[in-house]
Design a protein around this ligand. Sequence first.
Ligand code: PRP
Length: 183
Amino acid sequence: MLIRTPEEDIKYVLYTEEQIQKRVAELGQELGEKFRDKTPLMICVLRGASFFFTDLCRQMKCHMNIDFISASSYFSGTKSSGTVRLVKDSSIDMTDRHLVLVEDIIDSGLTLQYLERLFETRKPASITTVAFLDKDVKKPNRNGVDYRGFVIPDEFVVGYGLDYADYYRNLPYIGVLKEECYQ
Ligand code: PRP
């Protein structure tokens, strides 16, 4: 059992709760206007995006449907395994729907690329991608994301849904984890 509090393992806070909520409100307003007459199908990529997803949807002033899928590529480490696994699929018919794929972070870009390719085969009207964080890394075949909250340096961040070994998700801010916690 861990006896240290999550806060003690944070090297520094990258984005405070206030900064996060301000940015999410801006994104929500923008997306709400874009999809005002389209009733998007909002898709949350569990588990990391869960906190961002619920905040974002509440800021969008339009009708919507929501669903949850689960993808995993990190298992318990800090580097992508290079293989994406769809742990839970959607059961909603995506034909002619405007899909909004909501991610917490784009790192190698593999997860988003995998999901976009998968959902394209289901003949939606459109696919819009949203990520709360976009890591400033240059990787081959990395697709861009349509909407992003913040561009961040190549550091291992946790909080606001993001984890290390499934911990730290409940921190209300985005923090950089101390190296000693994962070395
Ligand atoms: C994380 C994160 C993204 C993905 C991004 O998921 O939530 O889905 O990795 O990394 P990539 O751009 O290198 O593919 P993870 O596999 O850790 O599952 P989780 O959301 O349950 O934490």
